[in-house]
Design a protein around this ligand. Sequence first.
Ligand code: SF4
Length: 282
Amino acid sequence: MARQLDGATRDALVERVRFYRDLGLTEFYRRPVDASVLAAELEPQALQAAAVEPEAESSNSQPNIFGEEPAIPARKSISAPPEIAAAVSAGDRAAALQMIRDEIGECTRCALHKGRNKIVFADGDPNARLMFVGEGPGADEDAQGLPFVGRAGQLLNNMIAAMGLTREQVYIANVVKCRPPGNRTPEPDEANTCTPFLFRQIDVVRPQVLVALGATAATYLLGHRQPLAGLRGRVHAFRGMQLIVTYHPAFLLRDPRQKKEAWADLQMAMKELGLKKAASSS
Ligand code: SF4
């Protein structure tokens, strides 16, 4: 029999799951219910603790949060990125990007087309030295057809300004170009269907530094799943470019204490770009 949750508990669980998603925990599994403990689990406190309690993390060890169990079906594989396209000259990049946009057209290649209002292709300078990649459009982006224009976008703008740049000087895109229903994480088949366009955009812009915003962007750029904690704090080689992983601005809105960590990531990007510190992040 399905367990009924009251509205407050359900809302708390939804918020908790979103929080874990931003930490890199993107899949959750239900184990068979043991009848002998069901009554105890249904106690409100026990239920709350058992639902999504995280494993304790220490600075010295990484929990095996992606460890497979025999009863869990294998994940869909994430396709490897295509070969690097021939370099496009600076003067031709805007036109090359427009060709990619034209090819996308009124795309129905994955299920996300059903709920979208506008395809969110990208925003910014085709010759940018710095590119940000997020997860997917939210409600504001879906309405305007531009990436990062809501509250998270305002924070991203502030982060860019703190680096001494303007939004017009960088290039911004997402893993998927259509809004997932309810802002859920894109399914692997959706992301794998859409990311070839993202890789082509990256190959045209060829930024010196790419910043992956959140676990989903890092997963589909690097081609494998790994907790965000294991990806941050270093520079990854990526298709002849440098890739830095940091938190998604939406996560930073929910947990502002992590802004300091995000700022440290952005300072790594600034060092690679030879930028001087313009302002402290806030
Ligand atoms: Fe097409 Fe990408 Fe939109 Fe899916 S998310 S419908 S692949 S543009």
